[in-house]
Design a protein around this ligand. Sequence first.
Ligand SMILES: Cc1cc2nc3c(=O)[nH]c(=O)nc-3n(C[C@H](O)[C@H](O)[C@H](O)COP(=O)(O)O)c2cc1C
Length: 235
Amino acid sequence: MKAIPLAADCAFTAEEQAAVYKCIFNRRDIRGQFLADPIPDDILARILRAAHHAPSVGFMQPWDFIIVRDGAVKGRIHAAFQAAHAEAAAMFDEAKREPYKSLKLQGILEAPIGICVTCDRARNGPVVVGRTHLREMDLYSAVCAVQNLWLAARAEGVGVGWVSILRREDLRAALHIPEAIDLIAYLCVGYVDHFPAKPELGSAGWLPRMALRDIVWFDRWRQRGGEEGLLSHLG
Ligand SMILES: Cc1cc2nc3c(=O)[nH]c(=O)nc-3n(C[C@H](O)[C@H](O)[C@H](O)COP(=O)(O)O)c2cc1C
């Protein structure tokens, strides 16, 4: 791959802009389409580097990435998912319980690797530029790393599925993560036989995508004043 220029003034060509939007709109959460093919180290490194270039509050870079390759470790995480999934099913009312159970919500064993993203809230000292008043900004920063990873993986043709139906303590125990470190994401990662065109929860009739024009406001919470200019472009 050609070296990517990092200069701040590097403008995007129309083709490059289109590639960015293509990546955003074609990123999908992947649960069931994983292939066993390994991800070459150079490609995985590119994806991790993209994650590491995420924005972070005070540039604290609070993330770590644990690459899970060991089948026994994946097995423990899968068992943890099954326990949490059974608990989760019981939380839905009866009408939603069976539909919930029929959803495929993880690919822990099928994916060739997992990546656990964590947040070290004490990294670089207790007072962080930008985190002084909103303490959760470090967690949000680590989530930005997940999104970068997800998009870079999509550009590489690699699927990513986020699994959050896990008891915190189970994931912590499976990966020997110390108490002081926060868990952000467990991601199933691998090549796929296809990327679904639409979110699977949408196709399964769970929820539709909301209309953007129904959630854009002006100057104060839920205020509209007949501004058709922008709204007319939102669909
Ligand atoms: C914080 C977070 C947690 C998620 N946890 C799960 C999960 O446990 N299982 C799952 O199947 N999908 C999970 N997802 C994926 C969402 O279901 C998915 O992003 C959403 O349905 C939209 O689909 P798309 O990502 O393909 O556009 C999670 C996504 C996010 C951002």
